[in-house]
Structure formats: structure tokens, C-alpha cells
Ligand binder design. Structure first.
Ligand SMILES: Nc1ncnc2c1ncn2[C@@H]1O[C@H](COP(=O)(O)OP(=O)(O)OP(=O)(O)O)[C@@H](O)[C@H]1O
Length: 252
């Protein structure tokens, strides 16, 4: 399998006035095309910072990040924005949908503005995706009229509009109740099954148990990793138990 993301000697230092905080410390990471990978670790260990560093959402202080063999730090802002638009999708804990637009308009907005495809194609794709997520009947609802789980499914549709090679998800189930979290995670597992590489940050063992490889961060470093392999529904309990055992060995 080819490598889609490669982080080499990546450091990130936040400077605030006189003080500095070294948040990513010499990170080495390779993610294979088609992988499903979770980042776990204590609060403040640098999980989100790593996700934003390897997706080019945030600048790094030193080192290199390659995405599909393109060095992100060598790209201009415009080139980086174009690469993100064409190849990456993002999902966050809060859906970040716009309050004064319908669910449908929220999903299509970025694709319309990008003007890569005509409006008919964009509309058709949005409807297909909404159907796949079971929210096609909510197309004309305002975002205040639907549940948290439905909002997150709309945010996933939006992230998939450009048919990304890779999805980056920062605590995608963090704001959801248990059932909605399970639904959203099952959708992400299906998206992975269809060939999309996914990197997600999570505190939730049930979420991580559906991924293939779990990295554990402490204080800006990846200190351990656990390979779970291909997810099969009937193995979920056993995978959760393996993760609990591994995490407790790590003192988490
Ligand atoms: N924009 C920023 N400016 C300064 N410091 C920041 C910034 N973003 C994050 N940090 C600091 O970097 C450290 C790592 O933050 P990060 O959000 O990556 O951790 P995390 O492991 O994702 O935490 P959590 O699980 O709580 O979301 C924290 O100490 C945080 O306060």
C-alpha cells in the first residue's frame, strides 16, 4: 500500500508572549492509503494539533509533512487550499453548519463556491449522500430543527462532497449521545470500507475499536500504537476489551 501521509521530525511550538509550549515533539508518522487510524491520549497531549499539522490546516514549526508525496510546507496558501479542497474532508466535534441556511444549502455551499462541477452535478451528489446517510427528508430543514446526530451526518455529507481521498475527524462523536455516536461511527466505518483513508481523534474506546490502528499520544509524542486490523462487527466486544487492556497498561 502507498503512503498517503508522512510526517517526518514534526515539531510544533506555540509561542505566547515570553512563554513557549512544545506541543508536537519530533513526530514520525506514516499513514497508508486506505487506513483507518485513531489518535488517543490524555487531554492536552497534542492529538488535535497533530491532526491539523498533517492535514495542512495548521503550520508546523519544523520538520516535513508529505501528503500524497507533496510537501505541504512547500506549498503556497492557494496551493494548500486547493489540495485540501480536492483531496481532503474535515469533520469536527461541532458540525460548524451555518445557522441561516438549510441542511441542503449547508452541504452544497463549499462545492458551489469551488465551482469545480456544475450546479446540477453538485445537487445530485448532495442528494445521493443525504440518502446514504438517511437524512434526505431533512434537506429543507434549518439546522436548528434537527438533532445533533442528524447535524453530524449532514456535516459528513458536506465533508464527502468533493469525494476526498482522506477524511480528518476531530472528536466526531464527542458531542453526541450514545446512539447517535454509534450511528455516526458506523457511517465512518462504511466510508472507510468504500476506500477512504480516515484519521480521527477520539477519547472514546468504542469509537477507536472500529478503527484499524490506534496511536497513543502523551505530552506531544506518539508513545505507543496498537494494531486492531480490519473491523468486523462480531469482533467489536473483543476489540473493545483489547483496547481497554492496552490503555490500562499505558496508565490511561
Ligand atoms: N492555538 C493555540 N495556541 C496556544 N496553545 C495551544 C493552541 N492550540 C492548542 N494549544 C495547546 O497545545 C496543547 C495541545 O492541544 P491539543 O488541542 O492538540 O490537545 P488534545 O490532545 O487534542 O487535547 P483534548 O483531548 O483536550 O482536545 C494544549 O496544552 C493546548 O492548550
Amino acid at each position: 500500500m502507498t503512503t498517503i501521509v508522512s510526517a517526518q521530525h514534526v515539531n510544533k511550538v506555540y509561542k505566547m508572549g515570553e512563554t513557549q509550549q512544545h506541543v508536537l515533539k519530533n513526530i514520525e508518522l506514516a499513514i497508508k492509503e486506505g487506513e483507518f487510524i485513531a489518535i488517543m491520549g490524555p487531554s492536552g497531549s497534542g492529538k488535535s494539533t497533530l491532526l491539523y499539522a498533517v492535514s495542512g490546516m495548521d503550520q508546523i514549526t519544523s520538520g516535513r509533512v508529505l501528503f500524497q508525496d507533496k510537501e505541504l510546507t512547500a506549498l503556497t496558501e492557494e496551493q494548500l487550499a486547493a489540495l485540501r479542497l480536492q483531496t481532503m474532508g474535515f469533520i469536527f466535534q461541532q458540525s460548524h453548519l451555518l445557522k441561516n441556511l438549510t441542511i441542503f444549502d449547508n452541504i452544497i455551499l463549499a462545492a458551489y463556491l469551488a465551482k469545480i462541477e456544475n450546479r446540477q452535478t453538485v445537487n445530485r451528489r448532495a442528494l445521493e449522500l443525504m440518502k446514504g446517510m438517511g437524512i434526505e427528508e431533512l434537506a429543507n430543514h434549518m439546522i436548528t430543527q434537527v438533532s445533533g446526530g442528524q447535524l453530524q451526518r449532514a456535516a459528513i455529507c458536506r465533508a464527502l462532497m468533493n469525494n476526498p481521498r482522506m477524511l480528518f475527524a476531530d472528536e466526531p462523536t464527542g458531542a453526541l449521545n450514545t446512539n447517535a455516536a454509534i450511528e455516526v461511527m458506523d457511517i465512518l466505518a462504511d466510508i472507510h470500507q468504500s476506500g477512504t483513508t480516515i484519521m480521527l481523534v477520539t477519547h472514546d474506546i468504542k469509537v477507536a475499536a472500529k478503527t484499524e490502528r490506534v496511536l497513543f499520544m502523551v505530552d506531544g509524542q506518539i508513545v505507543a500504537e496498537h494494531t486492531l486490523g480490519t473491523y468486523k462487527k462480531e469482533q467489536l466486544k473483543a476489540r473493545e476489551e483489547r483496547l481497554v487492556g492496552w490503555l490500562s497498561q499505558l496508565g490511561f
